[in-house]
Design a protein around this ligand. Structure first.
Ligand SMILES: Cc1cc2nc3c(=O)[nH]c(=O)nc-3n(C[C@H](O)[C@H](O)[C@H](O)COP(=O)(O)OP(=O)(O)OC[C@H]3O[C@@H](n4cnc5c(N)ncnc54)[C@H](O)[C@@H]3O)c2cc1C
Length: 507
């Protein structure tokens, strides 16, 4: 009896492991016939194509075909820019019937190659869907088109004394739909939690063109399966998000920040414990930058450099932000913290620089937020956005540097820098390898090395940027075979023709 049940369990799990996508028809390229159909319901400016009769030069589509890092390149002939959910539905329905792949595109700031085609799929840009639909200043619930730029939503709610629950360095370009599709984390996650909690409802066009209206503004709704959660972080593989309902928190009455210079990475964790204990409810960010990341930010003009004296002997930096209800109370707490840190018998920090004005506050944040941009100005970045136990952050960065050195790949003509920075409070390390150019040698040296290190710490290969095209082959380092098999079943159920963002998330 025992052996029979074992045998049954084994056969079920093997079946699950072997589960592949159902047989799909091959995807088709867009033709003039398709353009003629789109022209029936889209205005001429909403159709950008290199095909006749539009016949734009190919470089007019460069900004849509190439990703933010210049690492991933598609060869789409056609970008569509609908203005309404109904138009999105018409496009998707047609593409599904014709088996044409679709790449939903927001601000194209994604860092894993998810927002550009792998071949010549249609790019469906949400840029023209950029209206706020409603805002309730009492509840703080905002309902907006998916194409609204994050910064514009921040500006919209600010006069009502609210803030967006999410903030990130790409806020001037990324869209709320893209944020939801990638389940972006960013700089406020420590305080306001993930989008799985703050997104209250979504409007989604499903792969057959059906409009799924779950744009609820209810904070509590326990009526069975919470379908919207499936689209948060699905990276456009299950449908096109066209509308978002999101809870915006009240703006803090007082925000302050301080940058702390540490002599050793070893001090980061004990420091985090003390900061959490002393600042408690007003702590809103605890961000880490190693010395090389700081130097690159300064070199590329991100934020105000600290003085030579302030950075002397610093191996890394921590930016602490407080957000609270009473300025005097918060300033007192922060000043007490600094004093106790500096006067400790064995100080964990060398020094701390407290912002004294809104301009200084912004400038200290720019040092941290600007690292991503600085890195891309310095060279070609290989970006690994991983979750590993906090205590292993530095070990992972140093280990990667040594690994590259052992392969003879460290130096001005190959890898220029290996840096670590990130959201310590969320256990999320950005490991960046800045190279002179993208080469197969560096790629082979980094993968699967980095993923194996992550797996050895039972971490995640993607803490917040997603899987995109970059990590489809690495998903198994963080997800079990059974999980992947069920992800494939869900994909097949929603998108049997495989038109939605092909080649992303799942192989
Ligand atoms: C300087 C900089 C800093 C960054 N900092 C952070 C950070 O702190 N935290 C973080 O998590 N990320 C960060 N990112 C990555 C990126 O900004 C986020 O992933 C962002 O959420 C992507 O939004 P987007 O509108 O640009 O989406 P895109 O890049 O256009 O698309 C990203 C993915 O979402 C899909 N998608 C886009 N819109 C839709 C839609 N309406 N419906 C369905 N699918 C859609 C795309 O197909 C693609 O797979 C940063 C990027 C840069 C350049």
């Amino acid at each position: 009896m025992l052996s029979l049940s074992r045998c049954t369990a084994r056969s079920i799990s093997l079946r699950a492991l072997r589960a592949h996508h159902t047989q799909r028809p091959p995807l088709n390229s867009v033709t003039e016939h398709d353009l003629a159909h789109f022209a029936k319901f889209l205005d001429p400016p909403a159709i950008l194509s290199t095909l006749p009769p539009v016949s734009l030069p190919a470089d007019e589509l460069d900004q849509f075909n190439n990703d933010w890092m210049g690492k991933y390149h598609g060869s789409s002939t056609t970008v569509l820019k609908p203005k309404t959910t109904q138009q999105v539905s018409e496009i998707v329905k047609w593409c599904n019937e014709r088996c044409i792949g679709i790449v939903p595109q927001g601000g194209n700031t994604g860092l894993v190659g998810g927002s550009v085609p792998v071949k010549d799929e249609v790019i469906l840009s949400l840029a023209n869907m950029n209206k706020v639909r409603s805002f309730d200043p009492v509840s703080g619930i905002l309902v907006a088109d998916a194409g609204c730029i994050l910064q514009s939503l921040t500006d919209y709610v600010a006069p009502h004394n609210h803030i967006m629950p999410i903030d990130l360095g790409a806020k001037g370009s990324c869209q709320i739909g893209g944020n939801v599709a990638t389940n972006a984390g960013g700089l406020r996650l420590l305080r306001y939690g993930s989008l799985h909690g703050t997104v209250l409802g979504l409007e989604v066009v499903l792969p057959d063109g059906t409009i799924l209206d779950q744009l609820t503004t209810l904070r509590k709704d326990n009526t069975g399966y919470d379908l919207k959660q499936l689209f948060i972080g699905a990276e456009g593989t299950l449908g096109v998000i066209t509308g978002v309902s999101i809870l915006t928190p009240p703006a803090p009455q007082a925000s302050n920040n301080v940058i702390l210079a540490l002599p050793s990475f070893k001090n980061v964790l004990p420091l985090y414990e003390i900061v959490k204990r002393q600042l408690s409810e007003i702590l809103s960010a605890f961000e880490f930058i190693d010395r090389t990341a700081y130097d690159l930010a300064v070199k590329h003009g991100q934020g105000r450099a600290l003085s030579d004296q302030e950075v002397e002997g610093a191996e890394c930096f921590v930016l602490v932000e407080t957000s609270g209800g009473r300025r005097e109370h918060d300033e007192e707490k922060l000043a007490d913290l600094l004093e106790s840190l500096l006067e400790a018998e064995k100080p964990l920090i060398n020094t701390g620089v407290l912002a004294q004005s809104p301009a200084q506050f912004a400038s200290l944040w720019a040092l941290r937020e600007g690292v991503t941009e600085a890195v891309s100005k310095e060279g070609k970045p290989y970006k690994y956005d991983i979750s590993v136990p906090l205590s292993t952050f530095q070990e992972v960065v140093d280990g990667t540097r040594e690994h590259l050195r052992s392969k003879g790949l460290l130096g001005d003509h190959a890898v220029k820098h290996v840096i670590g920075y990130g959201h310590v409070g969320d256990g999320n390390l950005h490991l960046n390898i800045v190279a002179e150019s993208y080469t197969p040698e560096i790629q082979d040296a980094l993968e699967p090395y980095v993923y194996e290190v992550v797996a050895s710490h039972r971490g995640s290969v993607s803490a917040e940027h997603g899987i995109g095209a970059m990590k489809t082959h690495a998903l198994h380092y963080s997800k079990s075979d059974v999980s992947i098999a069920w992800m494939k079943k869900i994909k097949d159920l929603f998108d049997p023709h495989g038109i939605m963002n092909p080649g992303k998330v799942l192989e």
